[in-house]
Design a protein around this ligand. Structure first.
Ligand SMILES: [Zn+2]
Length: 322
């Protein structure tokens, strides 16, 4: 029983006993009960947050492992993607060029058929983003591989039909350049060596000493020999199938109009005639009258590594001879 409480009454100058109603005691009991429950609940919640049960610990370890495996998988996919990109680049720039098949547009190669329902099962997971992204990348890779294999099927078919074309279309370098040291400047916008202004360079320059042999790069017929404004002494060969090649700045022409040539035959010697800043061969490949990048027409000469090196060398802007 609680001790009785008093308060001093200044009017009567006596201590008077304080009387409490039942309601007061009920309120006190409820207050104590409530604060006890709240404190207990608070400790319980803190415990749950601070300590894992063994089962939770096991699950979170598993989770960590899975996440690191996913990350590893992603890195492996990076490597696969790199290899695939390389194959796609060669496919568009070499294999398909050889058979005049249109390059497969980027949009088709990367077409990402995304059906978001597909990834619904992966939602509502703490690692949703990682899992969905990994699955999407995997699907995209499979699709790109599928398109790539279709392209190769098409090329095999074209190859069977194109034996003769292979004889004729330009496919080697026009001078001896096994070590690629003679590649001077490639196709594209280059600084003009004389006017020092940007200008479109429609062919590729090979630096070589005057008198070095120049070879025809595919079977064909000579359609022009002689002087051409800017080009100096020039030979043009028609290969059929829409192809022509042009050899400029020659010191000596060693063929005649109308001559039938086999790939690799000598047609002249390197010189510096016409608009030229030093002995070199300016070489152009044209398809249906339009200048093409000659770098894509050395596939009988160059291994894939050499091809890559050639592309890098020909991107060099410094040494155009025109
Ligand atoms: Zn040139």
């Amino acid at each position: 029983m609680a001790k009785p409480k008093y308060h001093f009454n200044p009017k009567t100058l006596t201590y008077e006993k304080i009387e409490h109603s039942v309601f007061y005691y009920v309120k006190r009991v409820l207050f104590h009960l409530f604060s006890g429950i709240s404190l207990g609940l608070l400790f319980f919640i803190a415990f749950i947050f601070l300590f894992e049960s063994p089962r939770e610990k096991q699950l979170s370890d598993q989770n960590k492992k899975l996440r690191s495996q996913y990350n590893l998988l992603n890195r492996k996919m990076d490597v696969v993607q790199d290899v695939l990109n390389d194959i796609q680049q060669r496919d568009n720039n070499m294999y398909r060029v050889i058979y005049q098949a249109e390059p497969i547009p980027e949009s088709v190669r990367n077409a990402n058929y995304v059906n978001n329902n597909q990834y619904k099962d992966l939602q509502n997971n703490s690692n949703t983003e990682l899992m969905v992204n990994t699955s999407k990348r995997m699907d995209q890779l499979s699709r790109q591989l599928y398109i790539q294999s279709l392209s190769f099927d098409e090329i095999v078919e074209l190859a069977k039909k194109n034996k003769e074309r292979l004889q004729c279309i330009p496919a080697i370098q026009p001078i001896l350049n096994k070590d690629l040291k003679r590649t001077a400047s490639g196709y594209g916008v280059r600084i003009d060596p004389i006017y020092q202004t940007p200008k479109f360079h429609a062919g590729m320059d090979f630096s070589a000493t005057t008198g070095s042999d120049i070879f025809v790069t595919g079977d064909g017929v000579v359609t022009f020999t002689g002087w051409k404004q800017g080009y100096g002494n020039t030979v043009i060969v028609k290969h059929g199938f829409g192809y022509e090649t042009l050899y400029a700045h020659l010191s000596k022409i060693k063929t005649h109009r109308g001559t039938k040539l086999k790939r690799g035959e000598t047609i002249g010697e390197v010189g510096s005639t016409g608009k030229s800043t030093g002995p070199h061969l300016h070489y152009e490949v044209r398809y249906r009258g339009k200048a093409q990048n000659p770098a894509n027409y050395y596939f009988m000469d160059l291994s894939p590594q050499e091809y890559d090196e050639m592309l890098q060398l020909s991107a060099n802007c410094g040494q155009v001879f025109d």
